[in-house]
Design a protein around this ligand. Sequence first.
Ligand SMILES: [Zn+2]
Length: 331
Amino acid sequence: MSAHKILIIGIDCLDYYLVKKWKLQALQLTSTGYYLVKSDDRYTPILWLTLLSGIDVTKYGYTSQRISRSKRLKNFISVFLSLLNKDLFSYLKYEEGNIVERIRKLYFNYIKKILIKALIFGNKSLSFKEKISYYLFLKSLSTEKAPKKILKKTPLYLAYKKNLKVLSIEFPPLNDNIYRIIRNTLYFLIDAPESLRRYILEKIYKGTEVSLKLILNKIKNYDIILWYTPYIDILSHMYYKPRNLKGLLRLYIGYSKINKLIGKFLSKIKDNNLAIIIMSDHGYDPLLMDHSYYGYWSTNIKINNIKTHQDLSYFIGNKIFKIIKSKNEKE
Ligand SMILES: [Zn+2]
């Protein structure tokens, strides 16, 4: 097959073993496999940029540690604002831990309340003080954006320079704006009440559905398309726990929904020149209760040599270079 276009379907946390176990056919194209994630830094933006660039981005200072330090610094004022609490003294008196831990917990609860409020009732429901903290919180997230010096090392950058038409929708860490907020809010909401968790998941599923519809009409106008959903990652963090049958059932329903959605979407694409790759940045290990050391890939091209995350990024890079070359020859 001679591909002149590439479609990258990024499904955060899609787990190889679960796709196989539950025989989710739409997610398994011509060739399917898993690859090893060698990086210890398995935070979403880090791994996706590693996959897109094929280089060790942590060596360029793009690490989750640096990102969170910078976010903390940018939210420092909110720590003071969280101290402007009527019950501060009784709180500090009765709460356990040393003073730093107690203040950290106070800040955590303060920002959590704001995020839930904004999520459910909108920003307008926030008080003036809360608005400042919310604004600072959103501002601090820009730290996660892909640094330009690394972006320049990706084949995507070359594609832009060669005037190829690149469409990326909420793809981390290129241009995920809404998902970046969701990712960071989720950190405070993994153990939220069941009804709130369902509400969040439903919202994200709707977003996934809408953005997929959006690209369906645009594929013909673009050379490189990147699409992404955090749905499975959020679902896994909330429900994938050892020996939790109810959670596993939720997970199964969520996986099936995505399988069906992708299947329906792919059946509507009639472009023989399109290379399609479905991939994840990592799977999920229920025993670790964290991201696993292997990621998922599946493509409509017959191959079998993707074993590491470097292999996967070379595969994508190669496709992009070929598209650039074929465009050049046409000119
Ligand atoms: Zn995750």
